[in-house]
Design a protein around this ligand. Structure first.
Ligand code: FMN
Ligand code: SF4
Length: 519
C-alpha cells in the first residue's frame, strides 16, 4: 500500500489541503488505487504548502505547492511512484531550508502521523519519560536546570528554577499549566507542535508532573486554533487509552490527568496570571505578583506555567541528557529555538536552530528577503510588543541578552518582515491601538496611556505640532514602561520607541515627506 502524506496543519488547510485530500481519496476509490492518505503535520516550509509526499522505495518524494484541482495531473505524471512533474521537489529532508536546521523539539514534526503512537515511539517518543520515571523529582529538576533551558514564552526565565520552586512548595495538589495561547503576531510554533506532534506535548507535561509532584495538567489555547484543539484532544484520549496518563503514568508512575481548555482569544490571557483567572472561569485580568504562580497559582495551589515550546523541549533533554542540549546555543541562551519567519518574506516558515545566528542571516539568508522583492526596511521581533529593528542592527545575534542590549526582545521568536513601503509612524500608531484594545484595564498607565498615546500619534500623522507630540509620546512611553503592572502596558514602548529611534524620518508629519524627498 502506497502512503501519501497530506498535511492537516493550518498552513496547508488554509491553502486547500482538505480539498486536495478529498480529491485524492475520490481518485483512490474510483480507480481502485493501492494507496492510502496519511494526514501529517507541516515541516514548516510555509511557501511550499500544501506539500504532498509519497512513500517510494527511494524514500519520501515531495511535491509542492499543490493546489486543489491538481491531483488528476499528478496521478497522470505517476506521482504515486515518484514520477516527474514540474512541482516535484524530491526528498524534502534534503531541502537546504530543512537540512540546515537543528531540529530537536520539532524533529518529528511533518514526518509522523501526529495521532499514531507507533510513529511517535519509532522516532524516540517516550524515551525521556521512561528515564524520568526512574529518577527522583529532584534529579529531573536538576537535569532540566543543567540543560540551561529558559522559558520560550517570552521572558526567558530558567525552567529548572521554576520547577524547583513548585517542587519545594508544600501543597495537597499541584498543577502543570501549558500556555498554548500564542497571541503574538507572526508566531505559529505552538500551533505547529500541537498539530504535528501532540504526544511530545503530553510527554513533556507528564515529565513536568513527575518533577514537581503535580497530578493534573491543563493545556490552555485559543478558539482560533480549531485544528490544534481537535488533534490535541484526540491525542489526550489516545494517551489515556494507552495508559500513558490517567491513574498511573505508564502503569508504574503516579497519577496524572490532562485536560484542554479553550479561551476566546484575548491577548492578555497569554499573560500567566490572567490565564489562570481565565482557567478558573473568571474574566482574564492580570493578578499582582507576588504571590508567584509557582507558590499560589491555579486555585491557589503551586502551579508550573510554561510555554508549550518549553514543555516540548523537555522530552529530548531527558532522553539525550542535559549536556547534549546545552552544547547548542550561545552565552546564556542554550539549546535550540524555533524561529518563526513571517510577514513580507520570500521563504516564510519555521526554522529551528541553535541560538546565535544574526538577525541578518535569518532575514536575508534563510528568509530570502522580502516577498515583494523590495528592500527590507524593518523587522519586528517578539510579537506586537517587540521592537522594530532596522538593517543597521542586522548583526545582532539571536540571543536573549544580545537583543536586550539593543533595546529589543526575542519574545516567542517570531519575526515579521516589512519592506521599504512600511510607514513606521503608522506602526507606532498600531502599537498603541493594539494596547488600548487588548489592555485588561487593571492599571492606569496601560489603560489610559495607550489611549492618549494613540491620540498623540494621530496628531503627528495629521501634522499637528509633531515635535511636541513626539515628546508627549516619549513621556507616555516612560510612564507605561515603569508604571504598568504587566508587560502588555510595560512593553508597548518597545515598538513605539524603536520606531521613533530608528526611523525618525517617518515622524516629521505628513506635511514634510522627508523620506520621499530623499529617494
Ligand atoms: C500580555 C502578555 C501576553 C503573553 N502571551 C503569552 C503567550 O501567548 N504564550 C506564552 O507562552 N507566554 C505568553 N506570555 C508570557 C507568560 O506570561 C509567561 O511568562 C510564560 O507563559 C511562562 O512560560 P515560560 O517560562 O515557559 O516561557 C505573555 C505575557 C504577557 C505579558
Ligand atoms: S499593563 Fe495593561 S494588561 Fe497589564 S495589568 Fe495593566 S492594564 Fe492590565
Amino acid at each position: 500500500m502506497i502512503r501519501v502524506f497530506i498535511p492537516l496543519d493550518s498552513f496547508a488547510v488554509a491553502l486547500g489541503a482538505d480539498e486536495i485530500a478529498d480529491e485524492l481519496a475520490l481518485a483512490i476509490t474510483r480507480s481502485d488505487l493501492d494507496a492510502t492518505i496519511v494526514r501529517n503535520g507541516s515541516h514548516g516550509l510555509a511557501w511550499l504548502e500544501p506539500l504532498l509526499e509519497v512513500e517510494t522505495p527511494e524514500g519520501r518524494i515531495a511535491y509542492g505547492p499543490i493546489e486543489p484541482g491538481e491531483i488528476a495531473g499528478l496521478l497522470k505524471a505517476g506521482f504515486l511512484t515518484g514520477g516527474q512533474h514540474p512541482k516535484r521537489i524530491g526528498d524534502i529532508q534534503k531541502h537546504p531550508y530543512l537540512a540546515n536546521q537543528t531540529r530537536l523539539t520539532f524533529r518529528r514534526c511533518g514526518i509522523i502521523d501526529p495521532l499514531s503512537l507507533g510513529d511517535y515511539r519509532d522516532l524516540g517518543g517516550f524515551e525521556g519519560l521512561k528515564r524520568a520515571i526512574a529518577m527522583t523529582p529532584h534529579e529531573i529538576v536538576q537535569e532540566v536546570t543543567d540543560s540551561g533551558l529558559r522559558g520560550r514564552g517570552g521572558a526567558g526565565f530558567p525552567t529548572g528554577v521554576k520547577w524547583k520552586t513548585v517542587l519545594e512548595t508544600e501543597a495537597d495538589r499541584k498543577y502543570i499549566v501549558v500556555n498554548a495561547d500564542e497571541g503574538d503576531s507572526g508566531t505559529f510554533a505552538d500551533r505547529m507542535i500541537m498539530e504535528g506532534d501532540p504526544f511530545c506535548l503530553i510527554e513533556g507535561m507528564v515529565i513536568a508532573g513527575l518533577a514537581t509532584k503535580a497530578t493534573k495538567g491543563f493545556i490552555y489555547t485559543r478558539s482560533e486554533y480549531p485544528v490544534a484543539i481537535r488533534i490535541v484532544e484526540e491525542a489526550i484520549r489516545l494517551a489515556y487509552e494507552a495508559g500513558i496518563i490517567g491513574k498511573s503514568v505508564m502503569g508504574t508512575g503516579p497519577a496524572f490527568d490532562i485536560e484542554m481548555r479553550v479561551g476566546a482569544g484575548a491577548y492578555v490571557c497569554g499573560e500567566e496570571t490572567a490565564l489562570l483567572e481565565s482557567l478558573e472561569g473568571k474574566r482574564g485580568q492580570v493578578r499582582a505578583k507576588p504571590p508567584l504562580p509557582a507558590h499560589k497559582g491555579f486555585m491557589d495551589r503551586p502551579t508550573v506555567i510554561n510555554n508549550i515550546i518549553s514543555i516540548t523541549s523537555v522530552p529530548i533533554i531527558l532522553a539525550e541528557g542535559a549536556e547534549q542540549y546545552k552544547n547548542f546555543g550561545t552565552g546564556r541562551s542554550r539549546g535550540t529555538i524555533p524561529i518563526q519567519i513571517a510577514g513580507n518574506v520570500k521563504f516564510g516558515g519555521l526554522y529551528e536552530t541553535a541560538f546565535g545566528l544574526t538577525l541578518g542571516e535569518i532575514v536575508d539568508g534563510i528568509g530570502g528577503g522580502t516577498a515583494s522583492g523590495r528592500p527590507v526596511r524593518a523587522v519586528q521581533v517578539g510579537g506586537p510588543l517587540g521592537a522594530y529593528f532596522p538593517r543597521e542592527l542586522f548583526d545582532t545575534p539571536f540571543d536573549y541578552e544580545a537583543f536586550a542590549a539593543r533595546d529589543g526582545l526575542i519574545g516567542h521568536a517570531g519575526l515579521v518582515v516589512f519592506d521599504d513601503s512600511v510607514d513606521m509612524l503608522k506602526q507606532a500608531r498600531f502599537a498603541f491601538e493594539f494596547c488600548a484594545i487588548e489592555s485588561c484595564g487593571k492599571c492606569t498607565p496601560c489603560r489610559i496611556g495607550a489611549v492618549r498615546g494613540l491620540e498623540s500619534v494621530e496628531k503627528i500623522i495629521a501634522g499637528d505640532r509633531p515635535a511636541e507630540n513626539i515628546a508627549l509620546v516619549e513621556d507616555l512611553c516612560n510612564t507605561m514602561k515603569f508604571g504598568s503592572l504587566c508587560a502588555l502596558g510595560g512593553f508597548t514602548p518597545y515598538p513605539v520607541m524603536s520606531a521613533i529611534t530608528h526611523f525618525p524620518e517617518d515622524f516629521h508629519g505628513h506635511s514634510q515627506p522627508v523620506r520621499e524627498a530623499a529617494e
